[in-house]
Write a protein that binds this ligand. Structure first.
Ligand code: ARG
Ligand code: ASP
Length: 672
């Protein structure tokens, strides 16, 4: 009897609990999860993760620029992030005479470290729940417009109060759970951040777009910077007199290594996830939006690739553009596949049916499911028009440039190649003509097309020897004005209603979970705020009869090495080190570990995040996810979703043996 009861309890738990590895947790709320984190092997406390009274792990994690994460790894302000996060800075210091992208860069003394105007590094001072203050003055039945205005006004007041005129601080009030709760985040922002080191792209971007979003991976995706401060250790504008920043906390490096099953924690700034979407939205993403956007980008990528293969100069011009067009293109494919494979649409529909049943007789919730269906149906076509506005009409470089008022003209023309843009215009505008219903098409577009008779003729008038900027600007203004006047208003107002409905739905899901004994602990969607996620080093099965083991090594780099293929052509020195097995203290089983995968729930923005072991020491630097698991921004599958991290020992090996930058190694505290 007793046995049966226990078994039943276990079964129930299994059916209702979310998987341990899913979730991006707010550090200040980590107490809710600490028991589970510790039960998975973590040896520190909640206070060690986040504290406002003592130094904690959070003090070593920074927001790097606006889209990445970085972490401090020495008492003298040394910072590590991804190569692809420092790419812009590395590029900006490069020229034909010293091409740091191609050859790498290593400052051999502090004096050689290179300043980067505009680059910031932000430390979170504290975060706190300010829901009551944000909603002060709110009355039930207030219109959404009034509520938005109130939230705005109160938020600005809270932010001002938080920074008290201190120019080194930044404060942001942000909603979580669709505005059911609000948090204040206060950052200290350092602006003197210097480039210290970067491997050649043939290591830092090894595998290029072919290996991007994929496992097995062999990319040495890291770069080094140093944070500088005034004599008082506070932020200061760049000055030769500035001194290396002394952080409250920096990570020691664990060089003892990792193995399958080991505990891991990722601490960083994921950008945007949508884990609580209604089924219709997931369906739109997987079946309509992603396929159309993928098709449009395929057109551009094919055109770019063809021209890049013909001419080395064109290849350089379009390297970075091509990488960014390709990055989302590849992710959307994995995401759509993953959503379908997981049957996420059907599963959501089944949940919604249950929710709807439960909601019966509860005035707050009983209309929610029905209303979602109506609202999503009412904007399905318009959403596609929106996708085409962004990914087709405005994706022509010349038209976007003219639309921006020709800002940064020098930079624009430096990386511009008209034959690519012209062919893209023809292909993209034809796709718009074909796939957008006539009634939603801009009348200007239709008139022009009729006037010129064909897209090719129209293109001949636009892409003249010196590009016809007046025409480009007219196209931009006309099609966007039409969009703004006839498409956007409905989209905006319905989307506002949808957001409002999500606020109710979110509360409903929480109540439902409570009422049905679900035992699920919710986590807020990523919103570029600091989060903790934890899991373990673990392989996965991408397809039938294949199992991927979780650690890659230098031997794999050598297997992929190919002097004929740009993205796989490693520096000769790395070949030599391998041939001589000159690995020093970084050798493991006759090779050097390069990257590993784990079950941490990460997203875009987590690039550069520290991957920590059970003692809070650094074992890796996060940089990507596996392709089969890229739907994790919408639905997480513990069987398949994996983050990809650089093994910190590969970075140390490169710094030590390839760069010979012993002075940097000396700064880093290695636990071996
Ligand atoms: N997939 C990585 C993340 O989404 C970006 C890697 C950048 N490299 C590239 N080959 N595009 O940002
Ligand atoms: N590569 C991404 C980044 O740059 C990380 C990810 O999407 O997993 O943030």
């Amino acid at each position: 009897m007793k046995k049966i009861v226990i078994l039943l309890a276990l079964m129930l738990m299994g059916a209702t609990q979310i998987h341990a590895d899913e979730g991006m947790w707010l550090p200040s709320e980590i107490l809710k999860k600490i028991k589970d984190i510790q039960s998975q092997g973590f040896k520190l406390s909640a206070e060690d993760i986040y504290s406002v009274n003592q130094s904690s792990l959070k003090d070593a994690v920074v927001r790097f620029g606006s889209g990445c994460t970085g972490e401090l790894i020495s008492s003298e302000g040394l910072l590590i992030t991804n190569h692809h996060c420092g790419y812009g800075q590395i590029q900006s210091h490069s020229s034909v005479e010293h091409d740091y992208l191609k050859d790498g860069f290593w400052a051999m003394s502090r004096a050689e470290e290179l300043p980067n105007p505009g680059l910031t590094v932000s430390f979170l001072e504290y975060m706190t729940d300010v829901t009551d203050e944000v909603l002060k003055g709110y009355k039930k039945n207030m219109t959404e417009e009034k509520r938005i205005a109130l939230v705005e006004k109160n938020s600005r007041k809270i932010e001002e109060k938080a920074i008290k005129g201190n120019a080194n601080l930044q404060a942001f009030v942000k909603p979580i759970y669709y505005g059911n709760q609000y948090f204040l985040f206060v950052y200290k922002v350092y602006t003197d951040v210097r480039l210290v080191g970067a491997p050649p792209s043939s290591i830092g971007k090894f595998g290029g777009d072919t290996d991007n979003w994929m496992w097995p991976r062999h990319t040495g995706d890291f770069s080094l910077f140093r944070v500088y401060a005034g004599a008082d250790n506070e932020p200061a504008a760049y000055s030769e007199k500035n001194v290396p920043f002394r952080p409250k906390k920096f990570f020691k490096v664990n060089a003892k290594g990792i193995k399958e099953g080991d505990f891991t924690m990722v601490y960083g700034f994921p950008g945007r996830t949508n884990e609580y979407l209604f089924s219709e939205a997931v369906k739109y993403t997987a079946l309509t939006s992603n396929p159309h956007k993928i098709a449009l980008r395929t057109l551009r990528l094919n055109i770019q690739r063809e021209e890049m293969n013909k001419d080395q100069a064109v290849r350089i011009k379009y390297a970075s553009k091509n990488a960014s067009v390709s990055n989302a293109w590849k992710k959307w494919q994995g995401e759509a596949k993953g959503i379908l494979r997981m049957k996420a649409i059907e599963n959501k529909q089944a949940f919604e049916a249950q929710f709807d049943q439960w909601a019966e007789g509860k005035p707050e919730y009983e209309q929610v499911v029905e209303r979602f269906k109506e609202l999503y149906a009412s904007i399905e076509e318009l959403s596609l028009v929106n996708d085409y506005q962004v990914e087709a009409l405005n994706a022509v470089e010349l038209i976007a440039f003219a639309g921006r008022g020709q800002a940064n003209a020098e930079k624009f023309y430096k990386d511009y190649y008209m034959p690519i843009d012209k062919a893209s215009f023809i292909a993209l505008y034809k796709a718009y003509d074909k796939n957008i219903a006539d009634k939603f098409k801009s009348p200007y577009f239709k008139e022009q097309l009729q006037k010129y008779g064909s897209m090719e003729n129209w293109a001949d008038s636009l892409f003249t020897e010196t590009p016809n900027l007046a025409m480009a600007e007219e196209i931009y203004q006309e099609t966007n004005a039409w969009f703004k006047a006839h498409i956007a208003p409905t989209l905006l107002s319905v989307n506002k209603e949808i957001t409002l409905l999500y606020r109710t739905y979110m509360r409903g899901m929480m109540e439902y979970n409570e009422a049905t004994g679900g035992g699920k602990i919710f986590y807020p969607d990523a919103n570029s705020t600091l989060r903790v996620t934890y899991g373990q080093v673990k392989g996965y099965k991408p397809a039938d009869a294949i199992y991927y083991t979780p650690v890659s090594s230098l031997d794999g780099v050598i297997e992929k090495d190919n002097p004929e293929i740009y993205d796989y052509n490693i520096p000769q020195k790395l070949r030599d080190l391998h041939a001589a097995k000159d690995y020093g203290r970084w050798e493991v089983d006759g090779s050097v570990p390069v990257a590993f995968i784990a079950t941490n729930h990460t997203s875009g923005g987590n690039s550069g995040s520290p991957v920590l072991d059970a003692d809070g020491n650094l074992i890796g630097v996060n940089f990507d996810r596996v392709w089969e698991g890229t739907m994790s921004d919408v639905v997480y599958d513990p069987e398949i979703c994996r983050n990809i991290a650089l093994d910190i020992r590969f970075a140390l090996f490169i710094i030590d043996k390839l760069a010979g930058a012993k002075h940097l190694l000396d700064e880093i505290e290695v636990v071996q």
